[in-house]
Design a protein around this ligand. Structure first.
Ligand code: FAD
Length: 443
């Protein structure tokens, strides 16, 4: 091992004089080069380089062999003995961080669907990196939940079962999670952008002084640099920004429910269960949960709907909105949603707003009636299997996103579709509906 010169070197020669071992010279390309035999890794040069082009390279630590507290190994991880093919560029402490973690959110033993969706996304990332995927689950009386997590892609599950973890409390969960991170050093952590996930992710990232990208819509890996590429809408949704955390670990991201597709479970897939020992003293906790009062309100959940009929400003007024959207939804067993313009016009309540500042949906069929297809709306519907758009403007952006598009007045077209669609859907559940039943396929 020797000091490594990165492409940032501009050949200023500041390092040459600093080296007590005469191990540096400027090569014919005008950049610094290290004579490996002479370099004693004293790091004098690293400190003087004005553009931080010199790094002290250290061996990458295989932390998978250090994760010692494996209590109940069910089966050797498929990745355990596999040498990473990845040429890691990271140096120093950052290279010690290895593996992808997904925070598994559960309530009363029921795993939040977004956590399973994130296991699918995490699996893709960990496969690319050649590392293990782990689920981290905290709670009380949750033993046994690990089996489902293996089936959805986890190689390992870190499970903490403790009465103090029964209900989510930001401070308690944060402290436990941070201790786990400090002990096991994962390079990537994914959490659902739910009320709990957002709260915990922010607290954990702050405590660890690392980067967090919220509400990501795409996650990928820069394999050469071993960086998480976290893409999310920025500047009011006008651009998609890909954010990286180059100098801090772990790299953290939250993703909203329904943005990532849930992977198909592999029945009987096994993994490794780890039950870390962490002492929790209830007397030290600042907050106590006295009572849980469940919301008795409207249970309509657009995120779970299989068919959504959404209307936008193009429907003209509240009366048209109701006649068009509600009658079609009723005929085919769908739920009604709206664009922000429809919500702001008071045609439908804010909780039914679809899009960046509303809910992200992933139905089998999404009708966009009189909706232009602004990016802030589109990011909320990209998980739909089929998008059917009706719009008077043939150049409306929605036509670039939809599966089928009809150019015309939705308030005229929809009433004529209701009877035939009612007939079509009469004996069919929504999941029987297949593409290709008419309409114009969009490019
Ligand atoms: P318009 O853009 O006005 O489009 C109306 C469409 O109807 C037009 O394409 C028109 O051709 C068509 N039309 C007109 N008459 C008819 C007819 N008779 N039949 C059929 N078509 C017709 N928007 C969201 O929806 N969700 C969000 O979560 C969201 N978050 C946002 C967050 C930020 C930070 C910002 C800045 C904006 C956000 N927006 C959001 C707003 C978004 O930018 C758009 O302004 C909004 O989506 C437009 O709604 P719309 O398509 O209903 O209306």
């Amino acid at each position: 091992m020797a000091v490594k010169v990165t492409p940032a070197c501009m050949g200023c020669q500041a390092c040459i004089a600093s080296c007590p071992h005469e191990a540096l010279f400027i090569n014919e390309d005008g950049v610094c080069q290290v004579i490996e035999d002479k370099c004693a890794e004293c790091s004098e040069c690293v400190g003087v380089c004005p553009v931080a082009a010199l790094e002290l390279a250290t061996k990458q630590v295989d932390t998978s062999k250090e994760l010692g507290t494996q209590n109940t190994p069910a089966e050797a991880s498929p990745l355990e003995n596999q040498d990473s093919q990845v040429a890691a560029q990271l140096t120093g402490d950052l290279a010690k961080y290895k593996g992808v973690w997904v925070f598994i959110e559960q309530r009363e033993g029921e795993i939040a669907p977004v956590s399973l969706e994130l296991l699918g996304a995490g699996r893709r990332l960990s496969d690319k990196l050649g590392v293990e995927l782990s689920g981290v689950i905290l709670g009380y009386k949750i033993s046994g939940l690990e089996a489902k997590l293996y089936e959805y892609g986890a190689d390992k599950v870190y499970l903490l079962d403790n009465p103090s973890l029964h209900y989510y409390r930001a401070e308690t969960y944060m402290q436990v999670f941070v201790k786990l991170v400090q002990q096991y050093l994962p390079e990537i952590i994914l959490m659902g952008a739910t009320t709990t996930g957002r709260d915990l992710a922010g607290a954990v990232a702050t405590e660890l002084a690392t980067g967090l990208t919220a509400d990501c819509t795409v996650l990928d890996i820069d394999l050469e640099k071993r960086l998480l590429l976290a893409t999310r809408p920025a500047f009011g949704g006008n651009i998609m920004a890909t954010i990286v955390s180059k100098n801090h670990r772990p790299q953290m991201a939250t993703v909203r429910p329904k943005v990532m597709k849930m992977a198909d479970p592999v029945t009987g897939r096994q993994g490794i269960l780890i039950k870390p020992e962490i002492t929790l003293n209830e007397a030290d906790m600042l907050t106590k949960v006295l009572e849980i009062v469940k919301d008795q309100g409207d249970k309509i959940n657009l995120q779970e709907a299989e068919i959504i009929v959404a209307g936008g400003r193009g429907l003209g007024d509240k009366e048209n909105f109701r006649k068009t959207c509600f009658s079609l939804a009723e005929a085919i067993g769908g739920k009604v949603g709206g664009s922000r313009a429809a919500v702001e016009a008071g045609w439908i309540e804010p909780k039914y707003q679809v899009g960046q500042t509303g809910v992200t949906v992933a139905p089998k069929i999404y009708f966009a009636l009189g909706i232009s297809g602004a990016i802030q709306h589109i990011v909320g519907i990209r998980g739909s299997d089929i998008i059917i758009a009706i719009n008077t403007d043939p150049d409306a952006p929605i036509f670039k996103e939809c599966t089928y598009g009809i150019v015309g007045d939705a308030t005229q077209i929809v009433p004529s579709l209701i009877e035939p669609l009612k007939e079509l859907f009469k004996d069919k559940k929504s999941n029987d509906v297949t593409p290709g039943k008419g309409g114009t396929r969009c490019a």
